[in-house]
Design a protein around this ligand. Structure first.
Ligand code: IMP
Ligand code: MG
Length: 171
């Protein structure tokens, strides 16, 4: 598999981002909300650099692209989300692709009473966005290729890889 981002590069960049996030929080308590499952490693690495009062929570967001359901429909599940009313939120996801997931999830968190929602993505794909959405923190901008590793999957596999690789046909 072609390695796009080595574990070392990811570590260095995530450290930078986390320090920037911590500076911007400026002492304010935060609830970090990760979108499962892709956010796994990114969230674990970011929160360990933030020395502030902090809560961690997770939600799931699954889009249906099958034939039997409405295309583009997104199901958000937040049974594991604690009360976020009055809280500042840092929402983390693995990758910004079309932008549909993050747009919907931000609206959902505001609806649940969050005071502010800042968004951090590890990756942003070029030329794929379908809805206007500007994340507050971006780790890397990458070409339009299907990538796996460091939380990102194909069919729920490859998430455990410490690097990010480009998945090519046959792998
Ligand atoms: P969006 O709603 O189109 O922005 O979808 C974002 C979601 O699509 C991410 O959270 C990933 O789960 C998935 N995704 C998009 N591109 C890739 C990729 O290259 N590899 C793995 N998952 C991807
Ligand atoms: Mg995913």
């Amino acid at each position: 598999m072609e390695v796009l981002l080595t574990a070392e590069r990811i570590h260095a960049r995530v450290t930078e981002l986390a320090d920037e996030i911590a500076r911007d929080l400026d002492g304010r308590p935060v609830t970090v909300v990760g979108i499962l499952t892709g956010c796994l490693m990114f969230t674990a690495d970011v929160i360990r650099r933030i020395d502030l009062p902090l809560r961690v929570a997770f939600i799931t967001a699954s889009s249906y692209r099958g034939e039997t359901t409405v295309p583009g429909l997104l199901e958000i599940r937040d049974e594991l989300l604690p009360d976020i009313a009055g809280r500042h939120i840092l929402l983390l996801d693995d990758i910004l692709d079309t932008g549909k997931t993050l747009t919907r999830v931000v609206a959902h968190l505001i609806d649940r009473g969050a005071v502010s929602v800042k968004v951090g993505v590890l990756l942003r794909k070029t030329g794929r966005q379908e809805v206007p959405f500007e994340p507050d923190y971006v780790g890397f901008t990458i070409p339009d290729k299907f990538v796996v590793g460091y939380g990102l999957d194909f069919n729920d596999e490859y998430r455990h890889l410490p690097f990010i690789g480009v998945l090519s046909a046959g792998e």
